[in-house]
Write a protein that binds this ligand. Sequence first.
Ligand code: SER
Length: 315
Amino acid sequence: MKKILITGALGQIGSELTMKLREIYGTDNVIATDIKKNDSEAAQNGPFEIVDVTDLNRMGEVASKYNVDTVMHLAALLSATAEAKPVFAWNLNMGGLMNALETARELNAQFFTPSSIGAFGPSTPKDSTPQDTIMRPTTMYGVNKVAGELLADYYFHKFGVDTRGLRFPGLISYVALPGGGTTDYAVEIYYEAIKNKKYISYIDKGTYMDMMYMPDALSAIIDLMEADPTKLIHRNSFNVTAMSFSPEEIASEISLHVPGFEITYAVDPARQKIADSWPNSIDPSAAREEWGFKAEYDLTKMTKDMIEKLTQKIL
Ligand code: SER
């Protein structure tokens, strides 16, 4: 990776990935793009271009202008929004991905896009979900992610594009908020704990989902992209996870730092249904074996860091 184009660079992953890649590869070598500009560091402190990912010509024009050798395609709708607007989600998630893959093919660029635990469905084994298993998702987001994994593998086998991907769990960070996901509760809960000492969870007690702290997610992306291609048996996409917990477990960890913190429940049937169709915990051993994936943060270490950083940020 020497000259990197990022789509969705002002989103939850992109805002931090852009800055981290600029530290490693140099500010001018990381071109942030998004559908609109804001005043974040990623938009202001380095090259930025407006790109609507459904516009192939515009994406190609920006990629050629900077002569990029890597495309990181992050722009997408998350699960709950995709479920509310399925046709729009198909057009954005699949149209955007196809355009990004075509851009990578044109420039012979390396390619990354995230998949998700949402690619699994109710018939997938729920515990220690294997790398290679049944994938029959029942959400539009999941359908997009499975199709996306297959499409990225297709571009590798058919056209030789160096495509790589990760099946991310819920990602937790104090920098940018996620938007429209099912796992967002695990970020909101920290904000509410610090501001109000209480949180009303839209996910029910006893619901387990995989999660990861953003620093581990960023390292995983970089390590995978730098991995020796001869060691990769899989490409799109690798199971990665750092922890699995339920709302009551994250609440009890938070209460160690925020005395008196209380969680109550007002379950949102739409998001609960999505969560119930996903695994409880996935097995990341293929990622460990093929490119050395590891996560530094468990629930205890992440919670300590989140509370410290968010307290500085919002109080
Ligand atoms: N965090 C995502 C979501 O909840 C999962 O990939 O939609």
